[in-house]
Design a protein around this ligand. Structure first.
Ligand SMILES: Nc1ncnc2c1ncn2[C@@H]1O[C@H](COP(=O)(O)OP(=O)(O)OP(=O)(O)O)[C@@H](O)[C@H]1O
Ligand SMILES: [Mg+2]
Length: 299
């Protein structure tokens, strides 16, 4: 298998030339777009998966990938299928999360079909085959796979997964944690756009009109104080898991955003442009080490 794939001279040449292009590119960064399950599934309904919504988001992602080949990674949430695979599992069984491997492979496959149907070389990748968990539950990664898939011109599709720790126990991980894997696996600066059903961290409780605009990962108290209770259908820690993960990523140098996803959005190219140029009408939460508008050292 290996001889046919990654070690072939043709692939290595492509990889090296893309690496060279990246080194000389001023706007070099990888964008991970996470589409929360809330945007294509109703987690209170078993098996819910809205393929029409997936198709609409796939069109937007396809344009983004066409415009920025080698710079876009898709992360899909698990929705009802993902949450369902973890509901009621036996906490005493160290391998009980295994069902999540299949559940999320199915969700990645739904996105793959939608994107391949649009002519995108979308390639689903299994997180548990590229990472294990250390004792502190942080990721220990096999670093080069995502880079090489990007360099090949394909669009990697990742999701949560069941991931092994050093003692052979399986942990069912939320897709919200995938950016933590990417920030360690990629050599290039990482921006994360996490789309969900709210325009960032909302202040003042459900229905609040104001969004917390900036979170410093070293002093995130305001973000945590704003959180409210999870939906009873959630099995992966809800919004707190998302906030925790993005704070950890930002502490490691990524620039992260929580934004509201609307399936009919037609243009996401701004996601790869400097934050200083984004419309201030766009409500979102930015989580990054630097409060300055333009943070990328590459610009
Ligand atoms: N301060 C807050 N600001 C915004 N949303 C919050 C806040 N506290 C809790 N939430 C809840 O978090 C929800 C979004 O997170 P959630 O985990 O449900 O979405 P997702 O990850 O996109 O999808 P899913 O978990 O269904 O796959 C919101 O709908 C809201 O109810
Ligand atoms: Mg969630």
């Amino acid at each position: 298998m290996e001889a046919m794939g990654l070690s072939s001279p043709a692939v290595d040449r492509t990889w090296r030339s893309t690496q060279r292009a990246r080194e000389s590119s001023a706007s070099d960064r990888v964008l991970a777009v996470k589409i929360g399950g809330s945007l294509f599934s109703d987690k209170s309904v078993a098996g819910s998966l809205d393929k029409g919504r997936i198709a609409r988001f796939a069109r937007v992602i396809s344009s983004l990938h066409e415009r920025f080949p080698g710079q876009v990674v898709l992360i899909t949430g698990g929705g009802a299928i993902g949450h369902g695979a973890l509901r009621g599992i036996d906490p005493a069984d160290p391998f009980a999360a295994i069902g999540l491997t299949k559940a999320l492979a199915d969700v990645r496959w739904a996105w793959t079909q939608a994107l391949v149907g649009l002519g995108v070389r979308a390639f689903p990748l299994q997180l548990g085959a590229m990472a294990t968990l250390d004792d502190d539950l942080s990721f220990r990664v096999r670093a080069d796979i995502v880079e090489r898939v990007l360099a090949s011109g394909a669009l990697p599709i990742l999701s949560g997964d069941s991931v092994l720790d050093a003692n052979g126990n399986l942990h069912g991980l939320s897709s919200d944690r995938v950016p933590e894997f990417l920030v360690r696996a990629l050599q290039t600066p990482l921006r994360v756009a996490s789309f969900t059903d709210v325009p960032g961290i909302v202040l003042g409780g459900p229905g609040g009109k104001e969004t917390l605009r900036y979170v410093d990962p070293m002093t995130p108290q305001a973000a945590y104080e704003a959180l409210w209770t999870n939906s009873e259908w959630d099995t992966t820690g809800g919004f707190k898991t998302k906030v925790d993960a993005l704070i950890r990523c930002a502490a490691e140098g990524a620039e992260c955003f929580i934004l509201e996803g609307v399936a009919q959005d037609s243009e996401w190219a701004y996601l790869l442009s400097p934050y200083s140029g984004w419309s201030n009408k766009l409500h979102c939460t930015r989580i990054a080490r630097s409060p300055a508008a333009a943070v990328s050292t590459a610009e």
